[in-house]
Design a binder for this molecule. Structure first.
Ligand code: AMP
Length: 448
């Protein structure tokens, strides 16, 4: 998908191009058509996904007909209100509005607390179509009659979960009561608690639900690192890492084929591993997951699609055996660990061919992932006959030993040929997407 295919005006496309964006991020690809269509939106998306452009670009497009070169404040009423929990986010969002709207004659302004209100008043009274505000300061302006909200046609709540956490609910309710009933509402939140759901129920009308990444609270508890290794060394490095770390891990591969093969190789290395992916039956997946949860297997090799619904508490480690081509998948993957305040580790094995995907990820998460030396390959690279018996190993290994009597490990190897990585990125027809909304919502509510 390209930005051009999203029916945005040339002025907006030009600004996007000047920013160097070549294609929409997933949240943009999903949200922009919905917003242009006039739908209410409830989006599970966090900073770093491109969510600001996801609501700003269609907002600019929708307000374009109202742009006016008139100096009269009456010709520039507030038509879009963007509420954020913090001044930092408010400033950042308004900068983005200015950037994406630089060729569009619409006015924008940011107002937030902690500074003299008088400095904001003259700007506000000159008239602005797009107002970015923190709730408290907006109400101050309402009280001082320096702003009118009776022509707002679009309301955006950014980081709604943080707004509730910070106790803004009463302020939000007061603001909502001041807005015209007939308006479009967009809500963005990294998490969907019951309180958020209730807020959504109260102020969204028949919303479309979009989810692109889970709570980033998890990611903040995750220590990320990369090992630079050749593709053909990855299996040996992984086996060594799993032995040394002596903890449970989900290992991500891009394809079902690699997941199956890798699980099989790890089993041969004596590591209690199994694979879950789209070609396994529901029963097999449940079995694998239960075995993992009970500690009977220590390593679950999974594709992105298969891992999507997994909710494993206390998972200490995620390993990216292959780097995902869509950077958002990286965020999903590492969000599997470090949940609910626990600490987690995310290790990525990066081959030279995958450097470009790593760059995309670092751009998305806005940080460089530190590189560490991969563990020295001692055992798994050697032929099995040369390996030392387990009693001589320096690192104690507490994982369950492979038992030949255990049918779990003796299942025949059935290679699978197709990749389900492609499924993840194939644009889905709307009807299917809509059908999935209740399931998605259920997942969000359950997990966050
Ligand atoms: P946000 O999630 O809105 O905070 O955006 C995260 C970062 O992604 C910002 O630095 C944006 O400039 C950048 N960004 C947004 N959309 C795109 C895109 N389509 N292509 C590349 N970068 C983008």
């Amino acid at each position: 998908m390209t930005f051009a295919s999203l029916n945005l005006a040339p002025e907006i496309l030009r600004a996007v191009e000047e920013e160097g964006y070549t294609k929409p991020t997933p949240i943009q690809a999903q949200a922009i058509p919905m917003v242009l269509d006039g739908r209410d939106l409830m989006a599970g998306a966090q900073t770093g996904t491109g969510k600001t452009a996801a609501f700003t670009l269609p907002l600019l497009q929708k307000l374009l007909p109202y742009s006016s070169t008139s100096a009269s404040p009456a010709r520039h009423p507030v038509r879009a209100l963007i509420l954020t929990p913090t001044r930092e986010l408010a400033i950042q969002v308004e900068e983005s509005v200015k950037t994406y709207g630089k060729h569009v004659p619409l006015r924008s302004l940011v107002v937030f607390g902690g500074v003299d209100i008088k400095t904001q008043t003259p700007h506000l009274m000159r008239g602005v179509e797009i107002l970015v505000a923190t709730p408290g300061r907006l109400l101050d302006h309402v009280e001082q009659r320096t702003v009118q909200l009776n022509q707002v046609q679009m309301l955006i709540l950014d980081e709604a979960d943080r707004m509730l956490d910070m106790g803004f609910l009463p302020d939000l309710k007061r603001i909502l009561a001041l807005l015209p009933k007939q308006r479009q509402n967009l809500m963005f939140s990294a998490t969907f608690s019951n309180d958020i759901k209730k807020l959504a129920d109260d102020f969204l009308t028949n919303p479309t639900l979009i989810e692109v990444a889970r709570s980033n609270a998890a990611a903040e508890n995750v220590t990320q690192k990369i090992f630079r290794v050749a593709q053909d060394e990855k299996h040996a490095v992984l086996a060594e890492l799993l032995r040394n770390e002596n903890s449970q891990a989900i290992v991500f591969t891009k394809t079902k084929l690699t997941a199956s093969r890798l699980a099989r190789l790890l089993q041969r290395d004596g590591i209690a591993a199994d694979a879950i992916h789209g070609d396994k039956s529901q029963q097999e997946r449940i079995q694998a997951l239960d075995a993992f949860k009970q500690g009977k297997i220590t390593t679950l090799v999974a594709t992105d699609v298969a891992a999507r619904g997994l909710d494993i508490d206390q998972l200490p480690m995620v390993i990216n055996y292959e780097i995902p081509h869509a950077p958002e998948d990286y965020v999903h993957r590492i969000g599997r660990t470090g949940r609910a305040g626990a600490l987690g580790v995310a290790v990525s094995l990066v081959s030279p061919e995958e450097e470009k995907y790593l760059k995309e990820i670092e751009k998305l998460i806005k940080r460089d992932i530190p590189q560490e030396e991969p563990p020295r390959i001692e055992r798994s690279a050697k032929p099995r006959s040369e390996r030392r018996p387990s009693a001589e190993r320096e690192t104690p290994i507490s994982r369950p030993a492979k038992k030949s009597s255990d049918p779990w490990f003796d299942r025949p190897y059935e290679p699978d040929a197709s990749s389900d990585a492609s499924i993840r990125h194939t644009p889905r027809p709307m009807s299917k997407q809509k059908r999935e909304i209740p399931a998605l919502l259920g997942g969000l509510l359950r997990k966050d």
